[in-house]
Design a protein around this ligand. Structure first.
Ligand SMILES: NC(=O)c1ccc[n+]([C@@H]2O[C@H](COP(=O)([O-])OP(=O)(O)OC[C@H]3O[C@@H](n4cnc5c(N)ncnc54)[C@H](O)[C@@H]3O)[C@@H](O)[C@H]2O)c1
Length: 405
């Protein structure tokens, strides 16, 4: 049985105490700070601060289909001013949509005084270098798409530079900024102490479907061909599944396993054409991570935290889709409390939070929380990949399906 043992105890995450903190939101909904009300002006509290300039490092599908539509709704506080991509045609085309400058050089973007906030949306292997460079360039805040580093050492280096320069960083784990999640966190009381089972279950169409719903994508890379019977490919799919998809919910999972001392993966297998089924234990909590990305269209993204006397269930809106917030249900004896849906989703929540940080309001997530979230994800990914070939439980579920994506 594969297992990864951490030698130290992890303190409770402090990430989640830092709800979206624009003054207008607190005013709009004083009972649940960070949660908006219909019609509330998302940026009213920052209007006096003037527009904040945004620059993107990497202008692929996530920039085009997720972030630019989110920013289009926040034009009273944020303005896209510079788009950088290694592919000049992509940089020019995407910049042209929003009337921004374009370049193919990170240094040029970081030297641009019009850029206050840097969004790192390049492939993951470049994240750490670019986040550190943005901090050193003296920008006001950095958004780094997930995962924000490839290993614990990189994460620690980022945290050190952020502390040294005072530049706040947030990671694009959008569910942690979703008003439905934030409202649940404020309302769940003693729930975390009694949760024994956590489930994250995702069914999504392939990303290009949602990307194409949102906009006309330029420069999309072709999906690489792969033999998903090859054990090394299976390992890579499990690692990629955890670090690319499950990672959105692992900071939420960790909210219910804050003090875990070890991560033990009990079962791990891939689902074709892309997905995974992973069971693990962390501390006293059993965790099930499931994902299936196939040719069906109807999305479902559910998160559950189950205790004997209370439980939390959240239905998230799918990634890429700007469809309002998650809806949370908190069940206690004889009572179910429904929270949401609220008017914006976690992507917009990220940007609201960033704008507040860049304007000098609010508190950034604790660096150690981001590091521990990453270490938690890496431990699961490594242990899941480590099960491949051990006892056949890493075999694909649907042998008859065509390999694609
Ligand atoms: N939050 C979410 O829901 C979500 C969903 C999917 C992906 N992501 C993350 O977003 C990021 C971008 O994803 P994507 O699908 O747009 O990726 P992608 O790899 O398809 O596109 C990235 C873009 O970066 C460019 N690029 C390559 N090297 C670069 C460099 N060194 N500097 C600047 N640009 C460079 C490429 O030309 C491309 O246009 C990834 O980190 C990914 O993990 C987030």
């Amino acid at each position: 049985m594969s297992s990864v043992t951490e030698t130290r105890r992890y303190p409770p995450p402090s990430y989640y105490e830092e709800v979206s903190n624009l003054p207008s939101q607190a005013e709009a909904s004083p009972a649940v700070p960070g949660v908006d009300t219909p019609g509330a002006d998302p940026g009213a509290g920052l209007l006096g601060a003037g527009l904040l300039g945004v620059g993107f490092l990497g202008a692929g599908p996530v920039t085009q289909a997720i972030h630019l539509p989110s920013l289009a709704r926040l034009g009273n506080i944020l303005e896209v001013r510079h788009i950088m991509d290694l592919d000049p045609a992509v940089a020019e085309s995407v910049a042209g949509r929003v009337g921004a400058r374009f370049s193919t050089s990170m240094d040029e973007l970081l030297a641009d005084p019009a850029v206050d906030i840097v969004a790192v949306c390049s492939p993951h292997q470049f994240h750490a270098t670019q986040v550190i460079a943005a901090c050193r360039a003296g920008k006001k805040a950095v958004l780094c798409e997930k995962p924000f580093a490839m290993n614990g050492a990189e994460a620690a280096a980022i945290a050190a530079v952020s502390a040294e320069t005072g530049v706040p960083i947030i990671v694009g784990a959008m569910h942690t900024f979703d008003p439905g999640w934030l409202a649940a966190e404020q309302a769940w009381g003693e729930l975390p102490g009694q949760v024994h089972t956590v489930r994250s279950s995702t069914v999504l169409p392939p990303n290009p479907r949602f990307e194409d719903f949102a906009t006309e994508i330029v420069g999309r890379a072709a999906a690489p061909a792969r033999d998903s019977n090859d054990p090394e490919v299976i390992k890579a799919m499990l690692t990629g599944g955890v670090m690319g998809l499950a990672i959105h919910d692992l900071p939420l999972v960790r909210r219910f396993t804050p003090d875990f001392a070890d991560v033990e993966v009990l079962h791990a297998e891939i689902v074709r054409p892309f997905g995974y089924v992973i069971s693990l234990r962390a501390g006293n909590v059993t965790i099930e991570l499931r994902a299936a990305m196939n040719s069906t269209w109807e999305p479902s993204w559910a998160f559950e935290a189950i205790g004997d006397d209370a439980a939390l269930g959240i239905d998230f809106t799918p990634s890429y889709v700007q469809a309002g917030s998650a809806t949370a249900r908190i069940r206690t004896a004889g009572k179910t409390t429904v929270l949401g849906p609220f008017g914006h989703n976690g992507y917009e929540g990220e940007w609201r939070h960033l704008a507040g940080l860049a304007a000098g309001t609010g508190t950034p997530p604790a660096a150690e929380t981001l590091i521990h979230d990453l270490e938690f994800a890496l431990a699961i990914a490594e242990a899941a990949a480590g099960r491949v070939g051990t006892d056949n439980d890493s075999e694909p579920l649907n042998e008859e399906q065509e390999v694609s994506a």
